[in-house]
Structure formats: C-alpha cells, structure tokens
Design a protein around this ligand. Structure first.
Ligand code: FAD
Ligand code: DLZ
Ligand code: SF4
Length: 509
C-alpha cells in the first residue's frame, strides 16, 4: 500500500483526531511541522508559540509510542521549508506519498492553502466539537436572529448536561443574574495549576527566545501544561479549587489577581489536549456531588457548549471574509497603549500588562476594558482582531474572530450581538478595583481629569446615532444623551475629541 501523509497541526493534538482515525498506522506517515509561516502570520505572543511547539513535540512522542511513524520538523532544522504546504511537499518527496489526509484547520487562511496545495489533499471534518457545520447551519436556517441562548439549549438537550429529563437542572436554563458580583478585595483565589518547564520545554524556550524575541510579551516564567496528562491535572485543580466560586465572580476584575476563579483551560482545549465534553462532565459531576453550586456549573458549561460552539458555528457559517468586516467604518490605528505604551488609564494598564506577562486576560477584561476602549475610540476592527490573535495563548481565528469582530467590535453589523458592548467608566468601577488608583476620576464626566471611557461613550453613541438610535435596547441611552443640556453635550464631545486627538498624535492618554 502506498503511504499517505497524515497532517497534524499545532492545534490538533488529539489522539481522536479525524485524520488519525482515517489513517493506517502501519503504512502512513504522520507529518508535524514547526514552521515560521504559522509562527509569524501574526506575531504571536512568545508564550503561545512555546506552548504550541512544546505540546507538539510531546504529542509526536505519544504518537510514536503508540506505533505511528512521525516525520517531525523542528523550526531550526536546516531543510525546514518554512510552511505547512512546503513541509508536506518535502515529506511527499521523501516518502513517495501521493495524498495528504488532514482534519479541517480552524482558519480559512490555512484551509485555502491546503485546498490549493499541489498535492491531492483530503480534508475531514474536525469533529472535536459538539455541533457539526451541518448541524449549526440547520439550526441557523430561517432564523431572523442567531442568538446564542437558543442554540445553547439545544446543546444541553443534545448532550444531556444539567438536564433532568426534558427540564433544565435547577428549574431554569440560565443563572446569569446570580453571576455579576464584584469581588471583595480579601478573596484568595487558588489560581491555575502551574508546571515547571522540563527538558523539552526548556529547549523550546531557548528556541523561541532566539527566534521570536521581538514579539510582544514575556516568554518567562512559562508554566502552561504541555501534555494531556498535565492538562487533566489542571482541569482537576480548577474543579476542586475554583469552580465553586466561578459563577459569583465571573465578571469581576481585581488588581494583582489575573485569574480569579477562571479555568485557564482555553489554551489546552483549543489545541486539543482536552475535549469540551470531558470538561463539562467533570463540572457537572461537581454539581451532582454538591461540590459546586448550580449558578457556577451552569455558567461554566454555558461558556463551553454554548458560546464556544456557537462562535465556531458563526465563523464557518459566515465565510472567509467575516474577519475583515467593518460595519461601523471605524478606521483609527491601534494606539501604542495596546503594545505596552504608557497610559494613565489604570484599567487598560492592568489588562494589557497582564496580557504581556501571561498571554491571558479573562473575558470581561477582553470585552469591557480593551475591547470596549477600542470600540469607543473608533479603532479599525481588523487591527483590533490581529492584536487579539497575537497576544492570547488561546487565540485561533475560528474562536477569536467572532469574539472580536462580532461580539466586541460590532463590526459584523449585529450577527452576534444585538447591541454593541459599550459602557462608560461606571461599569468598570462597579466590577473592579481599578478606578481607585487611577489618574482619572471615574465619576467625572468632563474636563481634564474625566475618565476617557465617560466622554468616549457619548461620542460613540453620537457618531453612530443613525445606526443605533432605533435599536430598542439602546433607547434609554439616547434618551439620557438627548436630555443632557446642549452646552454639556458640546463639552463632552469636545473632551472626547481631545482624547482622540491625543491618541492620534501618539500622546499619553
Ligand atoms: P473561563 O472564563 O473559565 O471559561 C471557561 C471556558 O469557556 C473557556 O476555557 C473557553 O473555552 C470557554 N469560553 C468562555 N467564553 C467563551 C467565548 N466567548 N467564546 C468561546 N469560548 C468561550 N476565547 C478563546 O478561546 N480564544 C480567543 O481567541 C478568544 N478571544 C476573545 C476575544 C474577546 C474580545 C472576547 C470578549 C472573548 C474572547 N474569548 C476567546 C472568550 C473568553 O474570553 C476566553 O475563552 C476565556 O477568557 C478563556 O479563559 P478561561 O479558560 O479562564 O475561561
Ligand atoms: C499557532 C501555530 C503556531 C504558532 N505554530 C504552528 C506551527 O509551527 N505548526 C503548526 O502545525 N501549527 C502552528 N500553529 C497552529 C496553526 O496556526 C493553526 O492550526 C491554524 O491557525 C488553524 O487554527
Ligand atoms: Fe479605567 Fe476610567 Fe476607572 Fe481609570 S477611571 S480605571 S480609565 S474606568
């Protein structure tokens, strides 16, 4: 039998991968390649590159132990072709293989490259998700609005998670109203389980240091799990220590507490070390045993079988140009604060500083601090999307683009969100302790020391009035704005313009 090449990408590190299930362990060759093209199509955070390379090296050893022949290319191998397609062609020449079998990548860019590769390529569905493309399309078909909540309920019924017969456990589908508490300063979250680098990770760290030192973010200390066994330990640690309070403080932000009660499992889930169902089943077991309350477990499971599956469905449903949409025509360049430039805004400094250190920020920091600011300040959503894709260890376009372009920047014109996620400083003040030590005053609406979120919020609503004033969910905002006396409105807009002018001039805001 002629050998075929079985491609396993850096975010496909699952033994159950469809391409591996289709393959012949005796005859075929698995191809895994660290390549400069994937490491630089955006300038990924060094921790993200190290996570992927280290996990790839260890996964290739697992496959070899299981009897597979693996052709593994390290980034600095002298004959490394530098791209996935280049490496496939090189391996085809070496082995005489005439066909590639792969699992669908999570990005149109790479799907396109593989589809047009000068070697026959068979692409199988990525079935490490609960909903197939066909299932999502069938759900979306004929609906006026694609709201996550209804899709989520179908996923609950499909998986049986938190179901008591036909009814949701606890008597309701969604316990979100219990999950919006600010965190008191004296809580002591356990934080994620951290792993010291072993020899393989040590080699990878040296490589990443040598090759990608100019990428934004700190490589060390590096503590991510890089094997399935470690990722399972991290899951167990989260269920034991953090899940019980995950719900209560899901939206809270505290200085010096980067992780609070969040799972920090998305990097492992998105590269395939863990599966969505096993994570949710572990959480459900914690509810059934009385270890964690329903608001925590329902809220957590909703993020995974609801939001995560839903955004993937949207990415593939909407097609390759989705990530380039700019429905609000926002065109300002991303300011230097996103790259660690000086800022007086304590909330932005906290979110961006921890992003640089950890390649991690939790959902509300991404949505209501850095995302909110970009949207209010009129930043080009393409630049915003590239930033998120670069800086987070869990960022792959199928999940990043709908969250950024859709949910956070409203650049898809409302496919995902029924109204833009914008807020003044009051929301950040309610959910965090950032404002206490900020150079700006969160309660000040105009003038030198006014919180920039306050003036930019009204500027956003004012400049997008034609689009949003008819939105029933935004009527109150426009009524409040219209009730303000005219001089005050003029001052607010002029102050906002001054903030924007400073951003454009590269001055500190
Ligand atoms: P937890 O808060 O503990 O949640 C548990 C799990 O739920 C996560 O591990 C994740 O797998 C899933 N989840 C939660 N919210 C979402 C969501 N909105 N979409 C998809 N999955 C979700 N998530 C990514 O995995 N990759 C991204 O590139 C990404 N970019 C984002 C960009 C923006 C602007 C926003 C607002 C959100 C983004 N998210 C992204 C969603 C969310 O912020 C992260 O999944 C979460 O912060 C990961 O940390 P955690 O494991 O501690 O999550
Ligand atoms: C993100 C990433 C990086 C940094 N490096 C590699 C790599 O060298 N080799 C590889 O196979 N995959 C890598 N990846 C993951 C791919 O970019 C990912 O598969 C696509 O973006 C699709 O999700
Ligand atoms: Fe952020 Fe405004 Fe609060 Fe400062 S005052 S931390 S800029 S919300």
């Amino acid at each position: 039998m002629v050998s075929r090449l079985i491609l396993v990408l850096g975010d496909q590190l699952s033994e159950s991968l469809s391409a591996l299930r289709e393959a012949d362990r005796e005859a075929d060759t698995v191809v895994m390649a660290e390549v400069v093209e994937e490491a630089t199509y955006v300038r990924h955070h060094p921790k993200k590159i190290a996570l992927i390379f280290s996990a790839m090296r260890k996964f290739s050893a697992v496959l070899e132990d299981a009897g597979w022949t693996v052709a593994y290319s390290q980034l600095d191998d002298t004959d490394n072709a530098g791209s996935i397609v280049g490496e496939l062609l090189r391996r085809a020449e070496q082995t005489g293989a005439k066909e590639v079998i792969c699992t669908e990548p999570g990005e149109w860019r790479l799907i396109n490259k593989l589809t047009h590769a000068p070697i026959r390529t068979r692409m199988l569905p990525d079935d490490r998700f609960l909903a197939s493309h066909a299932e999502f399309e069938a759900w979306a078909d004929g609906r006026k609005a694609l709201r996550m909540e209804y899709f989520y309920r179908d996923m609950r019924r499909k998986t049986g998670l938190l179901m008591e017969g036909e009814k949701p456990a606890g008597g309701q589908w969604n316990f979100d109203h219990d999950n919006r508490k600010p965190a008191p300063g004296d809580i002591a979250p356990e934080g994620p389980l951290k792993f010291g680098p072993d020899n393989i990770t040590g080699d990878v760290l040296a490589l990443v240091e040598a090759k990608f030192d100019d990428h934004f973010g700190d490589l060390r200390p590096f503590w991510f799990a890089t094997t399935r066994a470690q990722a399972l330990e991290a899951l167990d640690h989260f269920i034991t220590h953090s899940l019980p309070r995950f719900g209560d403080f899901q939206d809270a932000m505290l200085r010096g507490e980067e992780f609070l009660f969040h799972a920090i499992l998305s990097p492992y889930l998105n590269i395939g070390l863990l599966g969505p169902l096993e994570i949710c089943q572990a959480a459900e077991a914690a509810y059934k045993s009385g270890h964690a309350p329903i608001n925590a477990v329902e809220g957590f499971i909703r993020q995974i079988i609801g939001w995560r599956e839903y955004v993937r469905g949207i990415y593939f449903l909407e097609g390759p140009e989705y990530a380039q949409r700019n429905a609000l025509n926002q065109t300002r360049d991303l300011p230097s604060v996103y790259w660690g430039g000086e800022t007086k805004m304590a909330c932005m400094a906290a979110a961006i500083d921890q992003t640089a250190r950890e390649a991690y920020a939790h959902h509300i920091q991404r949505l209501m601090v850095t995302g909110n600011f970009a949207l209010l300040a009129g930043i080009d959503p393409g630049q915003v999307a590239d930033w998120y894709l670069e800086v987070y260890a869990d960022a792959f376009e199928w999940v990043e683009a709908p969250n950024v372009v859709g949910m956070s920047q409203f650049a898809d014109g409302g496919v995902i969100a029924s109204k833009p996620y914008v807020s003044s400083g009051a929301y950040i003040n309610r959910m965090s302790d950032y404002c206490k030590g900020c150079a700006y005053k969160v309660n000040q609406k105009t003038g030198e020391g006014a919180c920039p979120f306050n003036t930019l919020y009204w500027h956003f609503l004012d400049r997008h009035r034609d689009r949003f004033s008819g939105n029933a969910r935004m009527g109150n905002m426009y009524r409040t704005w219209d009730r303000m006396d005219e001089d005050k409105r003029k001052t607010v807009l002029a102050d906002a313009e001054a903030v924007l002018a400073k951003l454009d001039a590269g001055e500190v805001v």
